[in-house]
Design a protein around this ligand. Structure first.
Ligand code: G
Ligand code: G
Ligand code: MN
Ligand code: NA
Length: 254
């Protein structure tokens, strides 16, 4: 069966899972949020990575029901944490450019918040520079509407796209996430160190918060802390985990 047909079956039964990776405040070590990461457990093929099936789903339009489910589920889960006294900031959801640029995206977000009764500031949307490539004017307009709703907005995989830096000053966003490809060789490659320092400095001058992704070693965390990075995400702290495990993790975390 083709991946497309298998995806169709998975959508009909919604047999996906959301896993969550905590984000850690650089100064206090406290958990300040978590990123929702989509998982497709497949009977024969094991876990299929979103890197394999998201591009297919974007081509076929199947991304829309999947992405809607991700938004709804992430909001519902964070509401559940809130009710248990376990919520630590926003849940971050990765948004595909295809979904983002659809006509009723803002309405979809509003509905997910309404259905879950999640306060808007406890949801964050991660978009990539690819939305700007597709339609920058419309993307900026949408970001303003979303900001008016009160949800957080982060630019993901920052530094890996091809968008012009001139857009950055026009984006009503709160946060940039330094791509893990820069963090990976931070200690051994002074060029990656220079780029990382530059991103942090530029972001702060634009009043944006900076999260580093893919932090795997204490040396990387030290370097990032010394250079005023605000928050970390990576295997040094925690891998993405199922929701039930996140609940246990938060019960023990600060
Ligand atoms: O954790 P992981 O290997 O699964 O993530 C691989 C890639 O898939 C990352 O680029 C991540 O942003 C993307 N991704 C993970 N979950 C989602 C999702 O729910 N929607 C979209 N559009 N992308 C996702
Ligand atoms: O593109 P996006 O930033 O949404 O992708 C997040 C991806 O990074 C997911 O695949 C997630 O599993 C992965 N990831 C999270 N922490 C680490 C880490 O410390 N090291 C590596 N190599 N990957 C990580
Ligand atoms: Mn992301
Ligand atoms: Na990223």
């Amino acid at each position: 069966m083709t991946l497309r047909n298998e995806l169709q079956k998975a959508i009909e039964t919604m047999s996906f899972e959301l896993h969550y990776q905590p984000q850690i405040d650089a100064r206090s070590g406290a958990v300040i949020g978590s990123e929702a990461l989509l998982r497709w457990p497949h009977a024969e093929r094991g876990m299929i990575s979103p890197m394999q099936f998201i591009p297919v789903a974007e081509d076929t339009g199947q991304i829309i029901p999947i992405s809607q489910w991700v938004l709804d589920t992430a909001c519902r889960h964070n509401r559940q944490l809130l009710d248990q006294g376990l919520a630590r900031g926003a849940v971050s959801v990765n948004i595909s450019a295809v979904h983002f640029l659809r006509s009723n995206f803002v309405e979809t977000v509003r509905r997910a918040l309404d259905n879950s009764a999640l306060p808007a500031h406890l949801l964050e949307l991660e978009i990539t520079e690819s939305v700007l490539l597709k339609n920058a004017e419309r993307a900026i307009e949408l970001l303003h509407e979303l900001r008016a709703l009160g949800v957080g907005l982060a630019l993901d995989d920052f530094g890996t796209g091809y968008s012009s830096l001139s857009y950055l000053k026009d984006l009503p966003i709160d946060k940039v996430k330094i791509d893990r490809s820069f963090v990976h060789e931070l200690i051994s490659d002074r060029r990656d160190a220079a780029i990382t320092q530059g991103i942090i400095s530029m972001a702060h001058h634009l009043d944006l918060m900076v999260v580093a992704e893919g932090v795997e070693t204490a040396e990387q965390a030290d370097f990032l802390s010394r250079n005023q990075c605000d928050a970390f995400q990576g295997y040094l702290y925690a891998r993405a985990m199922p929701f039930a495990e996140l609940e246990r993790y938060l019960q023990q975390a600060r």
